[in-house]
Design a protein around this ligand. Structure first.
Ligand code: UD1
Ligand code: CA
Length: 470
């Protein structure tokens, strides 16, 4: 099956320097949603290809397609250019060579790059609908049809023609059945009709919907599949529509997780991206952003204002007002408030990370703690280690990064600077305020700070002297 995604449109009303289809909805570009719908509607028995029609000045979209191919491993994705924006029909003509390479009887699915939330099942149903005819169009009875093309049926219920809003008579405008901009055609019928499009309309454009009328007039038949969920046909043309759809999809995702046994305290103000997975009895408090490929286990509490991306959080963890990216946390780990955990952080069971602690590429063994004001980077820390408040691994000399090792049961006193590369043995104790530049042996006490000087009675002398001064 061939999928054609139309994405060359200007998107003027977005008032943006970036292509419309790359604006995001719940963390994913609009085009990404459409490509996902194509992918889920692939016919497993056939070769499936996707052609995306873009304008030559949309290098960002071409890059995104490359990334998508890499990410999904789907090779049959290419773009064709439409250098003059002469309408949606003209955009499809740009893919005519590919259409003509289809086998006779093969179906071509055409989707608008700016209609993100059509369900894959709907696309599959539309393909089924088109099996016994020359094509099928997705429609909806829209409460507010303004701006959409209106769909007119023949007495048998097939689509006779589609009239754009701007071309409608006032009578036609009152028809509420609208064209969703998603179509399936038999390849030969489509190719033949594309050759007969004209631009005799209000916008002087080659309209794709005109193919329907052309096929119908030549004894072809185009069926209609009507959906009743407005989100499926909603297009994004400006930023108001973008945020309105974003909110709707966020609510859908959040309602899904509520039904799956996850408490989302404030579904209006919580963002959970589509690839996230969450276990039952977990509580997500307001203003959290849970992004990318994140998995959260059962019985966790994710505190307000947390941002978690591409991380795996096991059962029974607590994350409070913290930022996590690329983190793996085993069971019962407590993080935050106000921690920042970066890529390569791996925390074993029952680790405690407290306020204003930053970790990068750091592994901590079970039961270890860094409760206050620390930076630990490129460090491998054994189990039951206590990292005192204010401990810093000095892992960077301005040129290179160096590792730190801390053995199990070690105790690092507060405000210690650990100058990497260095290792601190198992069970060692480092005195507070030390600057550690040499390895510390197992079970040793290391003190690396100025010796304390004590002058008995001297404080009283100083006070007296200061009192006498005017
Ligand atoms: C289109 C339909 C309308 C339908 C509505 C549903 C046409 C003429 N009208 O209207 O019947 O109700 O979608 O959302 O198709 N595009 C190009 N190149 C162009 C022009 C458009 O690639 O030269 C692409 C756009 O990027 C977009 C799609 O075609 O993805 C539809 O074009 P758009 O201008 O958004 O049409 P609408 O007015 O929304
Ligand atoms: Ca549109």
């Amino acid at each position: 099956m061939l999928f054609i995604v139309l994405a060359a449109g200007l998107g003027k009303r977005m008032k943006s320097n970036h292509p419309k289809v790359l604006h995001t909805l719940v963390g994913k570009p609009i085009l990404g949603w459409v490509l996902s719908a194509c992918r889920s509607a692939f016919d497993p028995g056939q070769s499936n290809r996707i052609v995306v029609v873009v304008h030559p000045d949309m290098a960002e979209v071409v890059d995104y397609l490359e990334w998508w191919k890499e990410e999904t491993g789907i090779k049959g994705v290419e773009n064709v250019f439409q250098s003059e924006r002469l309408g949606s029909g003209h955009a499809v003509i740009m893919a005519k060579e590919t259409i003509d390479r289809c086998e006779k009887g093969e179906r071509v699915v055409i989707l608008s790059g700016d209609v993100p939330f059509v369900r894959p099942q709907t696309v599959q149903e539309l393909v089924q609908c088109a099996k016994s005819c020359d094509g099928a169009v997705l429609t909806m009875d829209h409460p507010n049809p303004q701006g959409y093309g209106r769909v007119f049926r023949d007495p048998q219920g097939f689509v006779a023609h589609i009239v754009e809003d701007k071309d409608c008579t006032s009578d036609q405008r009152s028809n509420q059945e609208v064209n969703a901009g998603i179509y399936v055609f038999e390849a030969r019928a489509l190719s033949w009709a594309l050759g007969r499009l004209d631009n005799e309309n209000a916008q002087r454009e080659y309209y794709l919907p005109q193919t329907v009328e052309i096929i119908q007039k030549h004894q072809g038949r185009i069926a209609a599949l009507k959906v009743d969920d407005a989100i499926e046909v909603s297009g994004v043309n400006d930023r108001l529509q973008l945020v309105a759809l974003d909110r709707l999809m966020r609510l859908r995702i959040n309602h899904y997780w509520l039904a799956e046994g996850v408490t989302i305290v404030d579904p209006e103000n919580t963002t959970i991206e589509p690839e996230v997975r969450i276990g039952i009895d977990t509580i997500i408090q307001p203003y959290c952003f849970i992004k990318g490929k994140t998995g959260i286990g059962k019985d966790c509490v994710i505190g307000p204002f947390s941002q978690i991306a591409d991380s795996w959080i096991d059962d029974g963890c607590v994350v409070d007002r913290s930022h996590l990216r690329g983190v793996r946390a085993a069971k019962e780990v407590h993080i935050g408030p106000f921690a920042r955990l970066r890529e390569g952080t791996e925390l074993s069971e029952s680790v405690r990370i407290g306020d204003f602690v930053e970790l990068k590429k750091t592994v901590m063994g079970a039961g270890s703690k860094a409760q206050h004001l620390s930076y630990l980077g490129d460090a491998t820390i054994g189990e039951n280690v206590n990292i005192g408040a204010g401990t810093i691994t000095c892992n960077y000399d301005g040129y290179h990064k160096y590792p730190t090792q801390i053995g199990k049961n070690a105790f690092i006193g507060s405000n210690t600077a650990i100058v990497a590369p260095v290792s601190i043995g198992e069970g060692a104790i480092v005195g507070a305020g030390s600057v550690i530049v040499e390895n510390v042996e197992k079970d040793a006490l290391a003190l690396a700070r100025g010796q304390q000087v004590q002058k008995p009675g001297r404080a009283a002398v100083i006070r007296e002297r200061n009192k006498k001064q005017p």
